[in-house]
Write a protein that binds this ligand. Structure first.
Ligand SMILES: *Cc1c(COP(=O)(O)O)cnc(C)c1O
Length: 319
C-alpha cells in the first residue's frame, strides 16, 4: 500500500485540528462526547473542504493550471474555501454556482466578494451542465484550467479524510483514548467515505456513521468514493456497505433547516459555546443526539463528532 505522503499536497490548513471532550453535552447525553474541530482548519472560516483541497490543488499545480473551477449551491462552503485556497496559492478561482438558495451578497457570497472572486450563476439542477460550462469558459479563456467537482468529492479529494482518520489515530495514542463511534455529516460524500476508509486502515475500533443531509444515493456514492480512494492508495481492503452506517437526517430537504437540526445547533451553542450550522453540522449532531437517545452508546463509550465547519453559511440561512 502507498502512504498518504506519496501524494503531493499543498499546505493550506492548521493540522492537527484539536479534539476536546464536550463535558456538558456528555453529561446530558450520558456518554463521552468529543468534538474534532475541523471548523478550525485555518483558512477562510475553516471547514472540512481544506483537507480535500490540499490534495486537489496540489494536483492542479502539478498539472500547470492557472484557473480553478468549482461549483455548488449559492452558499457553498466548499466553493468559498476553494476560492480562499486559490487566493493563497496564486491561482485564479472561478465559481460556477447553481442558482439555488440565498443568492444575495450574504454569508459565503459576501466572503467571496471580499476576496474578489469571480462568481457566475447558472440556472440548472444538473452538475453535468455546469461541468460543461466550465469547459466552455476555460476553453474561451485559453488558459490551463482545473475542474474540482461539487464538494471536492472525487477519489483524490477523499484522501483528505483518510488523512484525517490517520491524524485521529495519532491523537488517540497521545491522549490514551479510543473512539468507538465517529459521526460526521454526509453532503457530497468525500468526508464520510474518506473517514470510513481511513477507519478501516487506521482506526479498527471505530464505527463510522454518516448523517445524510440530502437525498442523494449515498449507498453508491460512498462505496464508489471509498473504492476510488482505496485504488489510489493501492490498499488491499474489501470495501462494502458493512463498513459504515448511514442515517437519514435531511428533514425537509437539503439546505432547509430541520427542527431537530435547529435544536441541535441551540444545544451545542447553549452548553458548549460552539456554533454549528443548520445545513450540515446541526443535522449531523442531531443524528448523534438521536443515537444517544436510542441507546446506541454505552456510558463509557468515546464518541467523536467531526465539526466540519459551515460558519460562512450560518449568516445566510433562515433558522
Ligand atoms: C461540505 C460540507 C459537509 C459535507 O461534506 P462532504 O464531504 O461534502 O460530504 C459537511 N459540513 C460542512 C460544513 C460542509 O461544508
Amino acid at each position: 500500500m502507498k502512504s498518504l505522503n506519496d501524494f503531493p499536497r499543498v499546505e493550506l490548513g492548521f493540522f492537527p485540528t484539536p479534539i476536546r471532550r464536550l463535558n456538558n453535552i456528555s453529561r446530558i447525553l450520558g456518554t463521552n462526547v468529543y468534538i474534532k474541530r475541523d471548523d478550525l482548519s485555518g483558512l477562510g472560516l475553516g471547514g472540512n473542504k481544506i483537507r480535500k483541497l490540499e490534495f486537489l490543488l496540489a494536483d492542479a499545480l502539478a498539472q500547470g493550471a492557472e484557473v480553478v473551477f468549482t461549483t455548488g449551491g449559492a452558499q457553498s462552503n466548499h466553493a468559498m474555501l476553494t476560492a480562499a485556497s486559490c487566493c493563497k496559492l496564486g491561482l485564479e478561482p472561478i465559481l460556477i454556482l447553481m442558482d439555488r438558495g440565498v443568492t444575495e451578497k450574504k454569508g459565503n457570497l459576501l466572503l467571496e466578494s471580499l476576496m474578489g472572486t469571480e462568481v457566475r450563476f447558472q440556472d440548472t439542477d444538473s452538475y453535468r451542465e455546469i461541468y460543461a460550462e466550465m469547459d466552455r469558459v476555460g476553453t474561451e479563456l485559453g488558459r490551463p484550467y482545473y475542474k474540482i467537482p461539487c464538494g471536492g468529492s472525487n477519489a483524490l479529494g477523499t484522501l483528505g479524510y483518510v488523512a484525517c482518520a490517520e491524524e485521529i489515530s495519532r491523537q488517540e495514542k497521545d491522549a490514551g483514548l479510543s473512539f468507538r463511534h465517529i459521526i460526521c455529516a454526509e453532503g457530497s460524500g468525500g468526508t464520510m467515505a474518506g473517514m470510513a476508509l481511513g477507519a478501516k486502515l487506521f482506526l479498527p475500533e471505530a464505527r463510522v456513521h454518516g448523517m445524510m443531509v440530502s437525498e442523494d444515493p449515498f449507498d453508491q456514492i460512498t462505496l464508489d468514493l471509498m473504492q476510488g480512494a482505496a485504488d489510489l492508495l493501492e490498499a488491499d481492503v474489501a470495501i462494502n456497505a458493512d463498513n459504515y452506517d448511514l442515517r437519514e437526517m435531511w428533514g425537509p430537504g437539503y439546505a432547509i433547516s430541520s427542527e431537530e437540526g435547529a435544536a441541535a445547533v441551540t444545544m451545542m451553542a447553549e452548553n458548549e459555546g460552539i456554533f454549528l450550522d443548520p445545513v450540515y453540522t446541526g443535522k449531523a449532531f442531531a443524528g448523534l443526539i438521536a443515537m444517544a437517545r436510542e441507546g446506541a452508546f454505552a456510558p463509557d463509550d468515546n464518541v467523536l463528532f467531526i465539526h466540519t465547519g459551515g460558519a460562512g453559511g450560518l449568516f445566510a440561512v433562515e433558522m
